[in-house]
Design a protein around this ligand. Structure first.
Ligand code: PLP
Length: 393
């Protein structure tokens, strides 16, 4: 073997020795949500982001199939060339209406939306202030922008405010997850918005896990906090989570969206998402709006999960959202519990560094409107048997 490959393999086996090696499981079949089949074993999925249970809704699949017949499988070019169809355009209008913003702009993924909006708004002479536990795509976006960057401790709006006030920058950006992806807690958006306004900064909120789930109409963490477009001028949402499809968007003013069309390189230099995906997403938005019971149901399952966990001594985080992490600590212990749960028919992935900070490996349990009360109770029972002994030791 070439020496260059041998070096890679040595690095990989070092990861293995630290219990940080990652193996993908191949899903061979999917039963009714939330059932999946892996290696011939039927599992209840407790770790995907299908909060409203829409991912496998036949109405989305039908909308996609119909649209694929009409538009074909792919967009065949970028939005600024020939790839921007009526399907995309309608979805942008639907998303603007859904989020209560003037405009929305589709991106192919949330990762790209974050890179695009941050690099379009900030460059060399600017200041970016961001939460330490922001999603990797926001962290990478700040790096790519090349702006002066200051991170504040998680959820600490005071420290965000002082970094904004002290830092120098031609333009200032304050960027945060709305719902934190690995912790499930909600950012102190009201205080962050005040700090941004006081410092004439752009507040960018990535609400990948809040949209569709939180707020009186599913408008997300920003709506739940009672904030509007003035307070949160740039709102990022993803479509592959609560809405069950694929893609992402940035919602905001006409001026912001036109700026992104001209300056966001992850928008300009990439193929538009398939029009059929856009049609399926419009269908998902309509269903999420027409079936508020999905939001109410997942919220009531969160309450049930937390009450049961308290009763059984399963340690809980402070999260009130469908992301319910159970902190284990070491990577090996988290893996062991995850594997024990797997044997009992539950799929809960162990989240380890570098996705989370050292010694904070966890089981990131996610709840969905598609889970039944029995699913929740059975998981709690399995957790109390597999996890509690590990934690006590
Ligand atoms: C999932 C996620 C993203 C990335 O979205 P994709 O569409 O999967 O690329 C961005 N931000 C947060 C907070 C996320 O959880």
């Amino acid at each position: 073997m070439r020496e260059r490959e041998e070096r890679l393999l040595a690095e990989l086996s070092a990861l293995q020795n630290r219990d940080l090696y990652r193996r993908r499981k191949v899903v061979s079949d999917r039963g009714p949500t939330p059932e999946v089949v892996v290696d011939g074993q039927r599992l209840i999925d407790f770790c995907s982001n299908d909060y409203l249970g829409l991912g496998r809704d036949p109405r989305l699949a039908e909308a996609m199939a119909r649209a694929a017949t009409l538009w074909g499988a792919g967009a065949t070019s970028a939005h600024l060339v020939t790839g921007h169809t009526e399907a995309h355009h309608r979805l942008e209008q639907d998303l603007a209406r859904f989020t209560g913003r003037e405009r929305a702009l589709l991106f192919s993924t949330g990762y790209m939306a974050n890179l695009g909006v941050v690099t379009a708004l900030a460059g060399r002479n600017d200041l970016i202030v961001e939460d330490r536990l922001n999603h990797a795509s926001l962290i990478d976006a700040a790096r790519l922008a090349g702006a002066r960057t200051r991170r504040y401790s998680h959820g600490d709006a005071c420290s965000a405010a002082s970094r904004l006030a002290e830092g120098r920058g031609h333009r200032k950006l304050l960027i945060t997850d709305g719902v934190f992806s690995m912790d499930g807690d909600v950012a102190p958006l009201r205080e962050l918005a005040e700090a941004a306004t006081a410092n004439d900064a752009w507040l960018v909120v990535d609400d990948a896990h809040g949209l569709g789930v939180l707020g009186p109409t599913g408008g997300g963490s920003v709506e739940a906090t009672g904030l509007g477009p003035e307070a949160v001028p740039a709102l990022v949402g993803t479509l592959g989570k609560a809405f069950g499809t694929f893609g992402a968007f940035v919602a905001g003013s006409h001026a912001l969206v036109e700026t992104l069309i001209h300056k966001a390189r992850t928008y300009i230099y990439t193929t538009a998402p398939p029009p059929a995906v856009a049609e399926a997403t419009s269908a998902a938005l309509a269903i999420a709006g027409a079936e508020p019971w999905r939001r109410e149901r997942v919220a009531s399952l969160v309450t049930r999960f937390r009450a049961g966990a308290r009763r059984l001594g399963v340690p809980l985080s402070g999260s009130g959202t469908p992301i319910q992490p159970v902190l284990v600590g070491g990577a090996a212990a988290a893996l062991a519990v995850s594997q024990a749960l797997l044997r009992e028919g539950f799929w809960v992935v162990a989240i380890r560094p570098p996705t989370v900070p050292a010694d904070s490996s966890r089981l990131r349990i996610t709840l969905s409107a598609a889970h039944s009360e029995d699913h929740i109770d059975a998981l709690l029972d399995a957790l109390s048997r597999t996890l509690v002994p590990v934690m006590v030791r």
